[in-house]
Design a protein around this ligand. Structure first.
Ligand code: NCD
Length: 321
């Protein structure tokens, strides 16, 4: 790892300084963010057998009431790498939720079974609600268009590994900035760092919510509906999918679904060494030709989900609520 984090020793896996739930990146200080990244770097180097003792005899429940590939698989892999057992709900239609059981009741049930509960839900605020009715740590794996804190932590880890720093970087967020929860969380996280410039490109109507811009005043923010305008300035382009499932009107989605594509030609206008990130899944917003270029960082980024989610789970064990 290039960054200064690699040099810092981690005192304890179950640090008392950690949060009791991972609900919103707004609950994190820079210090707490760095604790996770340092722990991830440490776990990445740890021998498998040693790592498998960290959550031995613990049970992690993953309740995914909205579709997921990477987040669920990487949380479950991370839990198992740490020696935990995993129980999982990924098809709500096969659970009692389909019989009319409330979300709160489902969470209370999981509270009686598991030591840590990872939850994804289509409603903004669902994870916060879960944390209120639950005595075990809750991890928000995405709540509607609101927040996706574990994604942001792995995004930051990826940036640290690649650039050796976050301070001073110039990052373009592109795509659906209105409904994209990953970019919402990323804005709050970046605002803890120094001298970060954020260029916000979105199709008309999908701009970053005003309240987020107001709450992240520490960032230098430039907004545009013209993709090419700031391309030569940036170190990173963080692309996102247009969030089809969050549009109240399908026709509105149809109008913007192919609004932008990152191609090799576009990248040729950027700084040398520019990196393209994406939380995935990608639909059409990054051309496949980009995948084999040095700019493509998105699959490495996805792989970083494992050490970062291991770090989150290991720091959450034994927290007192
Ligand atoms: C993101 C999500 O679920 O918000 N995916 C992910 O977790 N990697 C992004 C998306 O679905 O577009």
């Amino acid at each position: 790892m290039k960054g200064h984090l690699a040099a810092k020793p981690v005192k304890k896996a179950n640090s008392n300084h950690f949060l009791s739930d991972v609900i919103s990146i707004s609950d994190f200080s820079r210090q707490t963010i760095e604790l996770v990244l340092t722990q991830a770097a440490k776990l990445e180097k740890m021998p498998r057998e040693k790592k498998a003792k960290i959550l031995q005899n613990k049970l992690v429940a993953t309740l995914f009431l909205e579709p997921s590939t990477r987040t669920r698989l990487s949380f479950e892999s991370a839990a198992q790498n740490l020696g935990a057992k995993v129980v999982s709900l990924s098809e709500p239609q096969t659970s009692s939720l389909s019989k009319g059981e409330s979300f709160s009741d489902t969470i209370k049930m999981a509270n009686g079974y598991a030591d840590i509960i990872v939850v994804r839900h289509s409603f903004d605020g669902a994870a916060r609600r879960a944390a209120e009715v639950c005595t075990k740590p809750i991890v928000n794996a995405g709540d509607g268009a609101n927040q996706h804190p574990s994604q942001t932590l792995l995004d930051l880890y990826t940036i640290y590994k690649e650039f050796g720093k976050i301070d001073g970087l110039k990052i373009m967020m592109a795509g659906d900035l209105k409904y994209g929860r990953t970019v919402h969380s990323l804005m709050y996280a970046l605002s803890h760092f120094k001298d970060v410039t954020v260029y916000l490109y979105s199709p008309v109507g999908l701009e970053m919510p005003k309240y987020i811009i107001e709450e992240t005043k520490n960032l230098k923010i430039h907004q545009t509906n013209n993709l090419e305008k700031f391309i030569p300035n940036v170190d990173i382009i963080y692309a996102t999918r247009i969030q089809k499932e969050r549009f109240p009107d399908e026709l509105e989605y149809q109008k913007v679904k192919n609004a932008y594509v990152i191609t090799n030609e576009l990248i040729s206008k950027a700084k040398k060494g520019v990196k393209i990130m994406h939380p995935l899944p990608r639909i059409t917003e990054i051309a496949q030709e980009v995948d084999s270029t040095p700019a493509a960082l998105y699959f490495t980024q996805a792989a970083n989900g494992i050490p970062v989610r291991e770090a989150i789970l290991s720091l959450l064990q034994d927290v007192k609520k």
